[in-house]
Design a protein around this ligand. Structure first.
Ligand SMILES: C[S@@+](CC[C@H](N)C(=O)[O-])C[C@H]1O[C@@H](n2cnc3c(N)ncnc32)[C@H](O)[C@@H]1O
Length: 332
């Protein structure tokens, strides 16, 4: 099972099909895609749009009352974790941490669920309880109404954050979401790429992971420019400028991908004015047939883009920080 921001399932499926050797995609849930196949960790490392990958160990029935958790007892006690242990290279007793989620009306909480499964696994004598700072076998239990899925997390936070050394700016997105935006932009190795609202540079950083001709990144905020410079390889041109007056030549850019301000974490006087002025400039700097991918929760984007003569369509709606944001594909 792999997980992603809810709304990006189809984009993740496309990436799985392209980058893994014949994955048999069996099911899609909210923020989850299930697939079968035998893979090594290095193969998973090719995936950019998914947050985590899990080995599903079991799917069980469970009732909705707290006492029904006992129904899991016999089943979980007999589970075979040897394949997950082998994958993670664990020979001794795994140190577990159990996280839980649930959907539906149950009389138990997700904390009851994780505590029950932790105690049960430790009682078998085959596991020891770890904690958030020290564990080597993260287990996840998801209950959806009456179905309980138990899985072992195979990837670490480094997988989705691409390491821990990157600076952050307000309004930043996860690298996996940036990668999904880039996938929607249909990247080509001959592209000149530009993010004019780069923040900490997450989007250009993801673009730099795949072949490109040239990457430009700018932001109005000088702190963001410094942060992006520190976060990106030196061959990327990073500069300060207002996206309403880009310091970029006419007809020089193939593709713009940006997480444009939404007027929440980044204050903006008038979103409609900013978007309209940005599209005016984008029309100038983009080559003919140039394309734009924008992430925003502001619906004004459609009118602002159309006003400047662009064709715009919404490709996905992503759930982020409790808000729903559209992924828009826009053509000159
Ligand atoms: C949503 S954030 C981008 C976050 C970025 N994608 C990341 O992951 O870090 C929007 C950025 O737009 C910048 N911004 C706001 N108004 C701008 C303008 N008129 N021109 C250029 N950048 C602007 C802000 O400084 C902020 O860094």
């Amino acid at each position: 099972m792999c997980t992603m921001a809810p709304g990006l399932e189809e984009i993740a499926k496309e990436e799985l099909a392209e980058k893994l050797n014949s994955p048999n995609i069996t099911e899609t849930g909210r923020g989850k895609v299930f697939f079968h196949g035998k893979y090594h960790l290095e193969e998973f490392c090719r995936l950019s749009c998914v947050d985590n990958i899990y080995m599903v160990v079991s799917r069980m029935f469970v009732g909705t009352r707290k006492q029904d958790l006992e129904q899991l007892y016999d089943h979980i006690k007999k589970l075979d974790f040897s394949e997950a242990k082998r994958f993670l290279g664990i020979q001794d007793k795994p140190e577990i941490i159990v996280s839980a989620s649930k959907r539906g009306k149950q009389t138990y909480s997700r904390f009851d669920l994780s505590a029950y499964v932790t105690d049960l696994l430790v009682s078998t004598g085959k596991f020891v309880a770890g904690d958030i700072g020290k564990h080597n076998f993260p287990i996840r239990v998801d209950v959806d109404i009456n179905t309980c899925i138990l899985s072992v997390q195979l990837t670490t936070a480094d997988f989705r954050f691409r390491g821990s050394n990157y600076g952050y700016m307000p309004g930043g997105i996860r690298p996996t979401i940036a990668a999904a935006l880039i996938r929607v932009s249909k990247p080509d190795k001959a592209d000149v790429f530009y993010d004019p609202f780069c923040g900490a540079g997450t989007i250009p950083r993801e673009r730099a992971r795949i072949q490109n001709r040239r990457i430009l990144a700018s932001d109005i905020n000088p702190d963001a420019v410094v942060c992006t410079k520190n976060n990106l390889p030196g061959n990327i041109k990073v500069f300060q400028c207002d996206a309403r007056n880009m310091k970029v030549k006419d007809n020089s850019i193939d593709v713009i991908v940006s997480n444009i301000p939404w007027g929440k974490q980044i204050e903006v006087e008038s979103i409609a004015e900013l978007y309209t002025d940005f599209f005016h400039e984008a029309g100038r700097v983009l080559k003919d047939k140039g394309r734009i991918v924008i992430l925003t929760d502001r619906e004004e984007i459609v009118e602002c883009a159309e006003k400047r003569g662009f064709r715009i369509s919404r490709k996905a709606v992503v759930s982020l920080h409790g808000l729903l944001a559209g992924v828009y594909f826009i053509q000159k």
